[in-house]
Design a protein around this ligand. Structure first.
Ligand code: ATP
Length: 240
């Protein structure tokens, strides 16, 4: 499978703090790649750097073969990258439908096409259809997460970045969200790069696992490799 996203010697951080020193790996098209690493390893920073929210200080990030360096964040969205941030899930005072329509910001569609995208979102998540007129703040945590994912999918991104999609969700809902993520890949052929703290869930869902050590990638390999758990634990406990 061709690579959709390529990190090549990426350096990024905040002010004087360099978090990512030299990060290189690739994400295959139509795969689920999970990024693991202990707290503070820089997983969120990496996703933010893909979106242009943190500056790329050295190296390159290529999407569909084209460098993203110099592209402002909105253009990365228009190129086909969706981002579901952790704990910034929805606009709580807006209705479900208004939240979904915000996912089309900067995308030019006819009225008919817009209606089709909404129908698609409600077919994907029937509970959102039932609650389309309700204020998003009244949804449960799991429903808000589904709304955030549905909003990101409104523009039909080729790549979806998901930051800790299961955090704060009840176990029964986690399963539901995981099945959704798997369907987005298998039925719609989209590519997902997912940051996740829950190692078991991450390995169950992923095709490829990338382990971030200190400033660099400590391991890249198939998620079903029997040795992968030991490698992840070593990176978590020894800070490799
Ligand atoms: P976690 O699993 O805890 O979310 P992470 O691997 O996603 O961790 P990041 O959130 O990317 O890690 O943080 C990497 C480092 O950057 C940490 O040392 C963190 O304290 C620091 N950091 C994060 N956000 C900022 C910020 N806005 N300003 C300064 N430093 C920050």
């Amino acid at each position: 499978m061709a690579d959709l996203l390529e990190f090549d010697g990426v350096r990024s951080g905040y002010g004087d703090l360099v978090v990512l020193r030299d990060v290189s790996f690739s994400v295959a098209e139509s795969s689920i790649t999970v990024l693991l690493g202990r707290n503070g390893a820089g997983k969120t920073t990496l996703l933010r750097t893909v979106m242009g929210l943190n500056a790329l200080r050295a190296g390159d990030i290529r999407f569909a073969g084209v460098s993203l360096a110099g592209d402002p964040p909105y253009r990365r969205g228009a190129r086909g990258i969706g981002f579901v941030q952790e704990n910034k899930r929805v606009f709580r005072k807006r209705t479900v439908e208004e939240n979904l329509l915000m996912g089309l910001y900067g995308v030019r569609l006819s009225r008919g096409e817009t209606a089709e995208r909404l129908t698609e979102a409600y077919n994907r998540f029937p509970v959102l259809g039932e609650r389309r007129g309700q204020t998003a703040g009244y949804l449960s945590g799991g429903q808000q997460q589904m709304l955030a994912i549905a909003q990101a999918l409104m523009s039909h991104p080729r790549l979806v970045l998901l930051d800790e999609p299961f955090s704060g969700l009840a176990p029964s809902i986690v399963r539901n969200v995981m099945e959704t993520v798997e369907r987005i890949r298998s039925e719609e052929g989209r590519t997902l790069l997912v940051v996740e703290q829950a190692v078991d869930l991450a390995l169950e869902m992923a095709d490829t696992v990338v382990v971030l050590g200190v400033g660099r990638v400590a391991h890249v390999g198939p998620a079903d490799d029997p040795g992968v758990r030991g490698i992840v634990e070593a990176a978590y406990f020894m800070g490799s």
